[in-house]
Design a protein around this ligand. Structure first.
Ligand code: GLV
Ligand code: MN
Ligand code: MN
Ligand code: MN
Length: 392
């Protein structure tokens, strides 16, 4: 796996910060997709791209009658993201297949490696776009009309990448090939550090959502407009941000404003519009919604960009993974506040589960994200054991 991680390391990397810029369908993403194709074909796997740009590399030929066991994750990143969120799952998937071949395992069902498109939603605002479109959780009309920061729609971006936007949407033919899905992911927290274990299993994904809040005011001169005459949208925006922090504390959830657009964006002009993206999550969906309702009162417009209900991974499969991946003592089962394609597939009724690999600091969505090589290797062995168990 070392060689694969090294090959991926420079793609989309900002030399100044060490962070990754791997927006869906950007040049970096296209290069990552090429890399995936190369890894698939060099292993003699059957490479397919579905109607929504998700990539599949099959060992064997899945069909409706004989669906496969699939593992994988995503290759896109948040802006200035780390090297592991997503890619570790894809690299580990190929490495686990190699290990199965070394062990001379003959799977009774096809085994696939998947790479989902635009998991992070960094470019168009909606996370897990590839898996949501695949399962029908997101309508193609809504998705194709979403715009990036340059004002380009997904439809235009897909066309430029040589894809066929009109084919986007629920893809029953592809879904029918997926019997079980297992996603390996770097842990985005310190649960495994606390447990003193290299590998864990996901129990549940918190309900979470993203909202865009627009605060409108009146643009005017920063020097000549008297304070009494101003309508400055930066003030209600600032009140909202502080209120979100206080409400999160009180309600026992988390809330983040990680993206803000100020228009027109001149240092010497009062803004006319502040758009803020609020991300809120927590174990209790009602508390998350209560927070959003409570803090958005001063916004001129509130738009829910995405909402993902709680996902509780099926107990039997989850416990089976914990047993197989844990060795002598079952692997710990951990909840998470991060969204994943495995959660979208689980919600669509596909038996799905996740393995987590220890992250020494717990930092993620930042260049500081890390996993020790020995733990990554333990993750591959655990994943291979799980695949062997599932396709026996
Ligand atoms: C995606 O990684 C998310 O949980 O925001
Ligand atoms: Mn992520
Ligand atoms: Mn991820
Ligand atoms: Mn994620």
């Amino acid at each position: 796996m070392g060689a694969m991680l090294e090959r991926l390391a420079p793609i989309g990397r900002d030399p100044e910060t060490g962070g990754y810029l791997r927006d869906a369908w950007s040049d970096a993403d296209l290069e990552l997709r090429e890399w995936f194709a190369g890894e698939a074909t060099s292993r003699g796997l059957d490479l397919r791209e579905d109607r929504n740009g998700n990539l599949w590399a099959w060992w064997g030929s899945p069909s409706r009658e004989r669906p496969g066991v699939v593992t994988g994750s995503h290759l896109d990143s948040v802006r200035q993201g780390g090297a592991y969120d997503g890619p570790l799952g894809v690299v580990s998937a190929f490495a686990a297949l190699d290990l199965l071949k070394e062990r001379a395992v003959t799977p009774s069902v096809p085994v696939g490696v998947a790479c989902f498109t635009d998991e992070e939603g960094a470019r168009f605002g909606v996370p897990c776009m590839g898996s949501r479109l695949l399962t029908g959780a997101l309508s193609p009309d809504r998705a194709l009309g979403l715009t990036d920061d340059d004002g380009d729609t997904l439809a235009e971006v897909l066309r430029r990448a040589g894809r066929k936007p009109h084919e986007t949407g629920r893809d029953d033919e592809t879904l029918a090939t997926v019997g079980t899905f297992v996603e390996l992911h770097v842990e985005q927290g310190r649960g495994l550090v606390t447990e003193g274990r290299p590998v864990g299993v996901a129990g549940a994904i918190w309900p979470h959502g993203r909202w865009r809040l627009d605060f409108r005011g009146r643009a005017d001169h920063a020097g000549t407009t008297r304070l009494a005459d101003r309508d400055d949208p930066m003030l209600p925006f600032a009140r909202m941000t502080l209120a979100a922090r206080q409400a999160a504390q009180r309600l026992g959830v988390v809330a983040t404003v990680g993206k803000v657009r100020v228009s027109p964006g001149s240092a010497n002009a009062i803004p006319g519009l502040v758009s803020a993206w609020l991300d809120a999550r927590g174990a209790d969906a009602a508390a998350v919604r209560e927070l959003v309702g409570e803090v958005s009162g001063e916004a001129s417009e509130v738009r829910e960009e995405s909402w993902t209900p709680e996902v509780v991974f099926a107990e039997a499969l989850r416990d089976r993974l914990a047993r197989v991946a844990g060795g002598d003592t079952p692997a710990p089962i951990l909840p998470t506040g991060a969204g994943h394609d495995a959660g979208i597939l689980a919600a669509a009724g596909i038996p799905s589960a996740m393995l987590f690999v220890r992250n020494p600091t717990g930092v993620s969505h930042s260049p500081g994200e890390h996993a020790e090589r020995a733990d990554c290797e333990a993750g591959v062995v655990a994943l291979a054991d799980v695949l062997e168990d599932l396709c026996r």
